[in-house]
Design a protein around this ligand. Structure first.
Ligand code: GLY
Length: 565
């Protein structure tokens, strides 16, 4: 069930230029705007907002709240994320940072036992796994500054969806089944995600969330501070107090999102804007592009062994820097200017052998990074007033900590696991404890989320981003490269097979669809290749020279949907 709404019959002449005969994948087209999200219900809701005169920010905020209801494994009000907004009229590109923060009582060693060993369970599946949620404040700030709707209007479709319920699609039912051990553990979570008789919901059944509807209604009536200072805040504080969680009513009252300058880079004449710290995404997508700019990637060909070799070598070097330098710039100095400089890229490129893989241990000493968790969600929205929105937000794992706030109906994130659990030492899962990302009170944990907007001659051109933990950066990178280097339409760019290298483990992870001959050539160059599951879900938009909006829904999620206006 992949909804790409590709209507060849009704498209305009301009739109037809974007769906050329002879291509294997065809984007959705629109004359006035485009919405691409991971859930068809959210896409339809956001589409309707713009059809009724709302702008791209109105649609994005409405979609963000709708996803919290329709896709609670990653859509959320109990988590956080980043939103990039580009206004081509003013030339401004801003980043709203609504990443979660550590509670004031958090300590560097809070996830270690008495012997100083990391206990991963604590940072993942307990009340202390949750950072102070940022989504309600972040989406509300975006709406207030750049939208035209009231918060109550933006929440109305989500409230209706939670009250009336929706028919469960197969992906939703599969998610509940796969996560049942976790969702069963807490009474408050069982009450939401299991039927009253204790059995699992199945595809085709209706799923209602009355407590979540009541929470969203309180926020609609009283404003975003209700979440942080009202009854909802009290329910969170009570949930924490009942289970030994550190997050307090004061932590919630102290939470505010930040407006940041995105990271900016130039790639082959295009302006690339992506998320700044506390995300590592923008720094490293620009760093990797800078390294690759020195090669004729187009001539080397899409996913040829030479191209994959060079991409992997660039990725390794960037991820080695990520482990060392990246953290929340409100707390630590990050050498951002250097990381994204062309000079540094030239220096790194000089160290790349065109024929041979550099072993990761020779790039920098370190211990393996795990593949970070998968369940984040990204959406891209653009309108014909010149606004484009790229938003990635998350609970961290699928269903976050698995803990629903009793009486409030929403899941808490387990984003504290994105901090280094122990400085200087890998945790039980091999995660390097970078000093820059150590736990500190009120600090934001390092992220890989990479909402990205590319401009061409000052006009919005590409709006993209992805879930996928540490693979977010490389997934987003490949959408950008597929369009700029390989001239793909947006659906082809999103659907094409992906690769990933994150320095450690020292292997190129590849999706299905890259030929065995190519993989053998890579192995002959000294690479280890590991064929694994699909990576990312890059719901993306490309805006053609004639103003046509083209949307690419990622086939890696069965509920993905791009809808044009
Ligand atoms: N929790 C995944 C990320 O922020 O990168």
């Amino acid at each position: 069930m992949l909804f790409t709404a590709c209507s060849l019959i009704s498209v305009s002449a301009g739109a037809q230029s974007a769906i050329l005969e002879g291509e294997r994948f065809h984007p959705t087209t629109g004359e006035h705007g485009m919405v691409a999200t991971s859930h068809y219900l959210a896409s339809q809701i956001a589409h309707d907002v713009m059809e009724n005169g709302g702008n791209a920010v109105d649609a994005a905020v409405t979609a963000g709240f709708a996803l919290a209801v329709a896709q609670p494994r990653s859509g959320n009000i109990g988590g956080g994320g980043f939103m990039l907004i580009s206004d081509e009229n003013s030339g401004d590109v801003v980043a709203i940072d609504y990443r979660e923060k550590a509670p004031a009582a958090a300590t560097e060693t809070m996830f270690q036992n008495a012997d100083g060993e990391v206990v991963p369970e604590r940072s993942r599946f307990t009340h202390n796994a949750a950072g102070v949620p940022g989504t309600v404040a972040g989406l509300s700030l975006a709406l207030e500054r750049y939208g035209t709707l009231t918060l109550a209007d933006a929440l109305a479709p989500a409230i209706k969806l939670a009250d009336d319920g929706f028919i469960i699609p197969p992906r939703f039912a599969e998610g509940l089944e796969q996560s049942q051990d976790r969702l069963k553990q807490w009474d408050s979570t069982r009450k939401v995600f299991y039927k009253p008789d204790g059995s699992l919901y199945h595809a085709g059944e209706r799923f209602r969330q009355p407590e979540l509807a009541a929470t969203l209604r309180r926020i609609a009536e009283l404003g975003p501070r209700e979440f942080y200072e009202g009854e909802t805040a009290q329910l969170i504080a009570d949930e924490m107090a009942a289970h030994g969680g550190l997050m307090s009513a004061e932590d919630l009252a102290a939470y505010h999102p930040s407006i940041r300058e995105p990271v900016h880079g130039r790639y082959r004449g295009y302006d690339v804007y992506a998320m700044s710290p506390p995300s590592s995404g923008g720094a490293h997508i620009v760093q990797i592009l800078n390294i690759l700019e020195g090669y004729d990637i187009h001539a080397m060909g899409f996913n040829s062994a030479r191209t994959i070799h060079l991409m992997s070598e660039a990725m390794k070097r960037a991820y080695a820097d990520r482990a060392e330098y990246l953290g929340d710039t409100d707390f630590v100095d990050v050498p951002l200017e250097g990381i994204v400089s062309k000079d540094y890229a030239n220096e790194l490129r000089d160290g790349i052998d065109l024929e041979r893989a550099t072993p990761s241990q020779e790039i920098a000493a370190g211990d393996p990074l795990p593949y970070e968790s998968n369940e984040t969600t990204h959406f891209s929205i653009a309108d014909d007033s010149g606004l484009a929105v790229s938003n990635t937000y998350t609970l961290n794992f699928s269903y976050g900590s698995g803990i629903v706030v009793d009486g409030a109906g929403f899941l808490l994130n387990n984003e504290m696991d994105d901090f280094s659990a122990k400085t200087g030492t890998p945790n039980a899962y091999g995660l390097i404890g970078g000093e820059a990302n150590r736990i500190e009170p009120e600090k934001r944990m390092l992220s890989s989320m990479t909402p990205t907007i590319v401009q061409k001659d000052g006009k919005n051109f590409l709006v993209t981003g992805s879930p996928g933990g540490s693979r977010i950066i490389t997934t987003t990178l490949q959408v950008v490269m597929n369009v700029i280097d390989h001239g793909m339409n947006i659906q082809s760019a999103v659907s094409a097979p992906r690769i990933h290298h994150q320095w450690l483990p020292d292997e190129i992870r590849v999706e299905d669809g890259i030929s065995p001959d190519t993989l053998a050539l890579l192995e002959a160059m000294g690479h280890t290749v590991s064929q694994q599951d699909a990576m990312g879900a890059a719901q993306s938009i490309r805006i053609e020279d004639d103003g046509t909006f083209t949307g690419g829904a990622d086939p890696r999620r069965s509920t993905s949907s791009a809808l044009g206006l």
